[in-house]
Design a binder for this molecule. Structure first.
Ligand code: AMP
Length: 580
C-alpha cells in the first residue's frame, strides 16, 4: 500500500500519482486530504507555494466527484491565469485514470466563446480566475447550484489584487452546504474575516510557521550601489553556469528594460508582465519552462503561481514593499523539497527592509558577496575543465580528425598543451572581467538609532546622487510633484497617491512642503529613481509629474510662494493649461 492509499485515496488516483513520481504525500497533503475526503468540515490551510497544495485539495475533490452526474460539482478559484492553467493541468494529470472526468479552466485574456463551448460540453470541475468567472456568471454560462466543493487558492493574493467583491459574489452563488477550502500563504486579519464569514466550523492546518517561507531556501542579500545592480545581476548569471531563475522587478517597464539589456549583452532572457497578451505570455512561459530562457524578468503579479521546476535562483532586483510578496517570490524556487537560492540585490538604503522581512517572514538572511572579476573567470574555467574532463571521445572520431589538426598539438609537451587550452578559455572572459572591480558595498549595522537598521555606508549612494545631480541633506533628494493643496490633498493622501503609482512607501516621502498646485518633498535616491520614472500616472485625470527639484527651473532657487505661483502660471499659460 502506498502512503497515498493510507490516506484513503482510491487505486486509480494512486496509480496516476505513482506514474507522476509522487512517492509520499507532502505534509499539507497528509493533513488536508483526509479532511476533504470526509467532506464534513471546511478547511483553512496556511501553506506557502510549492508545498503540494494543488494535490492536497485536488485529489480528494477528484475522488468525490460523481462521474455520472454531469453538473459542476467543484469550483476552484485562483488569482492568476497562469495558476489557473497550472491547477487544471495538474488535476488532469491526477485524473488520468478517471475516464470522462471533465476539468475546465476559464480565465481572462483568452476567448470567452471557446470557454463557453468547453463549459457546455460539461465541467465536473471548473478552475477559474474571479473576473472571468463573474463574466461567465453574468452570461449564465456556468451553473453553480450543485457545487459540493469550493476552493479559494492563494486567497491572500486575490485580496491583494482587489478580488474581494468578486470572491464574495461567487461564493454567494454556491450552495451553503458545500465544503469550502481556503488556501493562503499568509494569514492576515482580512483573510480571517473572509474565513469567519464564509467558512463554517473550519479545521485549520498550518504548514511551517505562519507567514513563513520554506526552510530549504537559502536567503541571501548583497549590497551594491544602485548603478551597479545590473552589473551584479550579470556577474551572478556569469558565475553560476547553470543559472536558471526569475528576476523580480518593480515595474513592467523595468522588466522590459532589463530583459532588453540582457539580450543585448548576449543572455537568454525575456520578460513577463501584465501588459503582454495571453499568447505572448504563453510563449514566454513555454520557452522558460524549456530553458530556452535562462532569466525571466517578472513583476510580482505576473509571476504569481508560476510552477517551474529546478529554478536555481530567485533574484530580487528590488525588495517588495509588501513582505508577503517576498514569501511568494522566494517560493518560486525550492519547489517540492528541492533547495534554492534567493538573492536580494540591495542599495544601501533598502537594507532596512531586510530586518522587517526577517521578523515577519521568519527568515534569516546571509550576506552574499557579488563575485569579483577573478571569481567569475575562475568559475568559468572550472566549469570548462569539468566539461572537458567529462567528454568521452568516440573511437571512430579519431580518423575523422585530419593529421594537419592533430600534428601541431602532438608537437607540444603536456604542460604547454594544458596552458594553451586554459589560456584560450581565460581569454574569452578576460576582456570583460580581468579589470572588473569589486562592486560590493560594505554596510555596518547601526545600533544607535533604530536598533537593527543598517547605517551609512562608506561608499553609500553616491551613484544615484550622480544620476540626480546635487542632493539636499546628505543622501536625501529633493523632488517636485505637480500636485498640491489645490488638489485637496492632505500630506498622507499625497503619500498614498505617490505609493499607488510608484509603490514607494509613504515612509520614504519626507518633509513635504505643500504649495498651491505643486509640492516638494525629500526622499532617498533609490525611491527618487523609481518615482521619477513613472509614466502614465494620473490624478483626477491629470498626468502626474515627479522630477528632481533641481531640474524644475522655476523652483530651483526656492522662490517665494508669490514668485513660484507666477512662474507656474506663466508656464501654464504657455503650454500647461490643458493638463489641469
Ligand atoms: P504545488 O504546491 O501544488 O504547486 O506543488 C509544487 C510542486 O510539487 C509541483 O511541481 C508538484 O507536481 C510537486 N508535488 C506535489 N506533491 C508532491 C508529492 N507528494 N511528491 C512529489 N512532488 C510533489
Amino acid at each position: 500500500m502506498s502512503a497515498f492509499s493510507d490516506l484513503g485515496l482510491e487505486p486509480n488516483i494512486c496509480s496516476a500519482l505513482e506514474e507522476l513520481g509522487f512517492e509520499t504525500p507532502t505534509e499539507i497533503q497528509q493533513q488536508a486530504i483526509p479532511v476533504f475526503l470526509e467532506a464534513k468540515h471546511d478547511l483553512i490551510a496556511l501553506a506557502q507555494t510549492g508545498t503540494g497544495k494543488t494535490a492536497a485539495f485536488g485529489l480528494p475533490i477528484l475522488q468525490n466527484i460523481e462521474m455520472d452526474n454531469h453538473s459542476t460539482q467543484a469550483l476552484i478559484i485562483s488569482p492568476t491565469r497562469e495558476l489557473c492553467v497550472q491547477i487544471a493541468t495538474d488535476l488532469k494529470k491526477f485524473a488520468k485514470h478517471q475516464r470522462g472526468m471533465r476539468i475546465v479552466p476559464v480565465y481572462g485574456g483568452s476567448s470567452i466563446v471557446m470557454q463557453i463551448k468547453d463549459l457546455k460540453a460539461g465541467a465536473h470541475i471548473i478552475v477559474a480566475t474571479p473576473g472571468r468567472l463573474m463574466d461567465l456568471m453574468e452570461r449564465k454560462a456556468v451553473k453553480l447550484q450543485n457545487v459540493k466543493f469550493a476552493v479559494l487558492d492563494e486567497a491572500d493574493e486575490m485580496l491583494n489584487m482587489g478580488f474581494r467583491d468578486d470572491m464574495e459574489a461567487i461564493l454567494a452563488q454556491t450552495p451553503s452546504n458545500k465544503i469550502t477550502g481556503l488556501f493562503s500563504a499568509t494569514m492576515s486579519p482580512e483573510i480571517r474575516k473572509i474565513a469567519g464569514t464564509y467558512l463554517h466550523d473550519p479545521k485549520e492546518i498550518t504548514i511551517g510557521k505562519k507567514n513563513s517561507t520554506q526552510a530549504n531556501i537559502s536567503h541571501q542579500y548583497a549590497v551594491v550601489q544602485a548603478k551597479d545592480k545590473y552589473t551584479a545581476l550579470r556577474r551572478i548569471m556569469d558565475y553560476y553556469d547553470d543559472f536558471y531563475g526569475i528576476v523580480f522587478c518593480t515595474t513592467k517597464m523595468e522588466t522590459q528594460e532589463l530583459s532588453d539589456h540582457l539580450v543585448r549583452d548576449g543572455y537568454s532572457a525575456d520578460c513577463l508582465h501584465g501588459d503582454l497578451a495571453q499568447t505572448q505570455r504563453d510563449k514566454v512561459m513555454h520557452r522558460f519552462r524549456h530553458k530556452a530562457i535562462k532569466a525571466l524578468l517578472a513583476t510580482d503579479v505576473a509571476a504569481r503561481g508560476i510552477d517551474v521546476k529546478n529554478l536555481t535562483h530567485i533574484i530580487h532586483y528590488h525588495l517588495p514593499d509588501d513582505i508577503e510578496n517576498y514569501t511568494h517570490r522566494s517560493g518560486r524556487t525550492a519547489r517540492a523539497g528541492q533547495s534554492g537560492i534567493s538573492i536580494a540585490l540591495l542599495h544601501i538604503k533598502e537594507a532596512y527592509k531586510l530586518h522587517q522581512i526577517e521578523k515577519l517572514a521568519g527568515v534569516k538572511f546571509e550576506k552574499y558577496l557579488i563575485p569579483k572579476g577573478e571569481d567569475v573567470i575562475h568559475s568559468r574555467i572550472k566549469n570548462y575543465v569539468d566539461l572537458f574532463t567529462q567528454v568521452q571521445p568516440k573511437d571512430e572520431s579519431i580518423p575523422k580528425f585530419k593529421n594537419e589538426w592533430i600534428w601541431p598539438l602532438m608537437q607540444m609537451d603536456q604542460e604547454e598543451l594544458v596552458q594553451r587550452i586554459l589560456e584560450l578559455e581565460v581569454q574569452k572572459y578576460a576582456g570583460q572581467y580581468a579589470q572588473a572591480h569589486d562592486i560590493n558595498v560594505e554596510e555596518r549595522v547601526s545600533k544607535s538609532k533604530s536598533d537593527k537598521s543598517f547605517g551609512e555606508s562608506r561608499s553609500g549612494s553616491s551613484s544615484t546622487k550622480r544620476s540626480f545631480g546635487k542632493s539636499n541633506g546628505g543622501d536625501q533628494i529633493r523632488l517636485f510633484i505637480n500636485l498640491g493643496k489645490k488638489d485637496q490633498l492632505k500630506y498622507d493622501e499625497l503619500r498614498e497617491v505617490i505609493f499607488k503609482h510608484t509603490k514607494v512607501s509613504g515612509r520614504n516621502v519626507r518633509d513635504i512642503e505643500m504649495k498651491g498646485v505643486y509640492s516638494f518633498f525629500m526622499t532617498d535616491p533609490e525611491s527618487a529613481d523609481r518615482m521619477c520614472s513613472i509614466r502614465n500616472a494620473n490624478f483626477n485625470g491629470r498626468s502626474i509629474r515627479i522630477q528632481n527639484a533641481e531640474d524644475q527651473k522655476e523652483f530651483r532657487e526656492r522662490p517665494s510662494q508669490k514668485e513660484s505661483s507666477k512662474s507656474f502660471r506663466d508656464k501654464k499659460s504657455s503650454k500647461g493649461k490643458k493638463r489641469r
